[in-house]
Design a protein around this ligand. Structure first.
Ligand SMILES: Nc1ncnc2c1ncn2[C@@H]1O[C@H](COP(=O)(O)OP(=O)(O)OP(=O)(O)O)[C@@H](O)[C@H]1O
Length: 577
């Protein structure tokens, strides 16, 4: 809650004005039944028209004041609630940008989306209502009771008995409500998850004609959401009539008791009307209160989901006495790593090697052998549990993560392009990049000729997820994007897999001429054969290090791999070229 308060504090001025205006409305509301009683006793019953006009005028004036206060209160309440919601979305977005992959794995993408949209909207409504009516309803119940006691204590006893009983019921409802509304939001996560996955993979769904299956999956997520919603709202549906019944009974009791007192001359008609009026308004406040409890229960569930994102600790940016990054010479020294979700299984075990600045380092291994894991440790997306990774002799832990990543260009396994133009995508790697650099990078990535032939060249629009380009074209644009950064270290994670052998070999030849340290991960020997050094990985452990010739002569693992790939023809092109 303290975090939420720190966001509200920014709008302290508006929030205080809104609350003061709300209190003004409350005071007027509390005075209205009293004045009505006075009009009846002093004006109507005594047939004193001037008293009716005087007190009636006061009532009208106060109503106008409350009306103006209400409108102004809405304005300030909206200012605070919308401002806080905007700031919170921004803060969450910022925090997510600095999430480590482990933190991203902890919160699924769908839950992040729900939290940043639906949960923040819930909080926004809660804040608005808090400043508009949330405090007014309970305060009216409390002070309405006090006023009723002041007007006619014996009649007010009925309310004094009924109100605490009904309040107790409401608190119980609130406790249950928080749990049920939390379940609504969790189910909403599931619906968003299914929706997102389906929309992102629509082409695959169509190709496999799995529309019906997907529909079923969606219904399986949508059904529980409806059930959770119904369950949460049922609580309100049952509570409201119960409260209304309790309050109506109290009003009947007041009327009954009032008629006795009137007959006995112990109370004035105006006093009975006043207490009855307070009772009716308290009943109305209970109605508002139960709606607010629903909002509050839902809002509380949302707040805890928002806060858990904001409370995630930012990544470790290295030690305070950070050394500066020196060079692209990379050393892994007895590195072992397990993913947080599979801590018992080492994805990498005791991996040691050194790559001098400007050399090409190939990483080979069967699927699941730890190649991508190794690549992710280089820009410090994960931290190894054992061993050290150093750059130019400086421990990566001592280098500020921004400095480190600034020097590393990564082309991930999945070629992802953002919607926008080709130019925008390339400049994403280096927003200050010149036209010359764009041409250079795209030429090195073997995609310049293709872009030049497009009717709009670099200004060609890329559809969502790059739908209007082939897999190989996307891979080459992604390589060019990394080259635009002019990094010291380039990490290509199986990024040439969709290219034909000739294009692949042309690009790799270009890369050898560049002064970068290149890590190239591949499944095929042909993709990495020209590398200065090759690292063979098997189940997270090193099976050998050396160049192609050395490994072919001395390493049994490599020989077997080579022979099996030769049979499939996967190394032929480069062998013969
Ligand atoms: N985020 C993750 N959480 C838990 N385990 C993971 C995660 N990513 C990978 N692994 C596991 O770590 C091991 C190494 O995976 P990695 O992705 O590094 O293999 P790879 O050699 O790159 O495989 P491929 O060639 O198929 O991409 C595998 O057993 C994999 O199941």
């Amino acid at each position: 809650m303290r975090i939420i308060y720190s966001y509200i504090k920014i709008y302290k001025g508006s929030a205080v004005i809104a609350l003061l205006l709300m209190l003004l409305e409350l005071v007027v509301e509390l005075l209205q039944p009293l004045i009505m009683g006075i009009i009846i006793d002093r004006g109507v019953l005594k047939q004193d028209l001037s008293a009716v006009a005087g007190w009636g005028g006061l009532l009208l004036g106060l109503s106008l004041l409350a009306f103006t206060a209400g409108i102004t209160n809405s304005f300030f309440a909206a200012n605070v609630s919308q401002g806080v919601a905007r700031d919170m979305r921004e803060a969450m977005f910022k925090r997510i940008q600095y999430f480590t992959p482990a933190q991203l794995q902890k919160f699924s993408l769908s839950t992040l989306l729900t939290r940043m949209t639906s949960d923040v909207t819930q909080l926004q409504s809660l804040l608005f209502m808090a400043m508009r009516i949330m405090l007014r309803a309970p305060l009216f119940i409390l002070f309405g009771l006090v006023m009723a006691i002041l007007v006619e204590p014996s009649l007010a006893t009925v309310l004094l008995l009924a109100v605490p009983l009904l309040l107790g019921c409401m608190v119980l409802v609130m406790v249950k409500g928080v749990k049920r509304f939390r379940s609504v939001q969790t189910n909403l996560d599931q619906v968003n998850h299914r929706l997102r996955e389906n929309l992102f993979n629509m082409r695959l769904v169509k190709a496999y004609d799995r529309g019906d299956f997907e529909q079923k999956q969606f219904e399986e997520a949508n059904g529980p959401l409806q059930e959770a919603n119904t369950k949460a709202l049922r609580l309100m549906e049952v509570t409201m009539p119960m409260i209304m019944f309790g309050m109506n009974m109290s009003l009947i009791a007041i009327l009954w008791l009032g008629s006795y007192q009137l007959n006995g001359g112990e109370a004035q008609p105006g006093e009975v009307v006043s207490v009855l009026n307070y009772g009716m308004r308290i009943m109305f406040s209970f109605g508002v209160f139960s709606f607010l409890i629903m909002l509050f229960s839902r809002g509380r569930a949302s707040i805890s989901r928002i806060v858990s994102i904001l409370e995630e600790k930012p990544r470790n940016d290295g030690h305070p006495n950070s050394s500066t990054y020196q060079s692209g010479a990379v050393t892994f020294d007895h590195v072992s790593f397990s993913y947080p979700t599979r801590s018992e299984y080492p994805a990498l075990e005791d991996v040691s090697f050194t790559v001098p600045q400007g050399k090409m380092f190939g990483i080979l291994g069967e699927t699941g052998s730890g190649k991508t894991t190794l690549a992710q440790l280089i820009p410090r997306l994960y931290q190894p549990q054992k061993g050290t990774i150093s750059f130019g002799g400086v421990d990566s832990q001592d280098i500020r993560v921004e400095d480190l990543r600034d020097k590393i260009g990564v082309v991930p396994q999945e070629a992802h392009l953002f919607s926008g133009t080709i130019r925008e995508n390339l400049l994403w790697g280096n927003k200050e990049g010149t036209e010359e650099e764009l041409i250079h990078s795209t030429k090195d990535a073997g995609i310049y000729e293709f872009i030049k032939e497009l009717p709009h060249g670099f200004e060609t629009k890329i559809g969502q997820k790059g739908v209007n380009f082939s897999g190989g074209q996307k891979q080459r644009i992604c390589i060019a994007r990394a080259l635009m950064k002019q990094p010291d270290i380039l990490v290509l994670d199986d990024s040439t897999s969709a290219l034909d052998a000739k294009t692949e070999s042309d690009i790799l030849n270009k890369l050898t001429d560049l002064p970068y340290t290149v890590f190239i991960i591949a499944q095929k020997i042909s993709s990495v054969k020209e590398a200065d050094q090759l690292l063979l990985l098997h189940e997270g452990k090193i099976e050998g290090v050396g160049n192609h010739k050395e490994l072919l002569a001395n390493n049994e693992f490599y020989q077997t791999l080579y022979q099996s790939q030769q049979k499939k023809g996967e190394v032929h092109y480069v062998e013969n070229s």
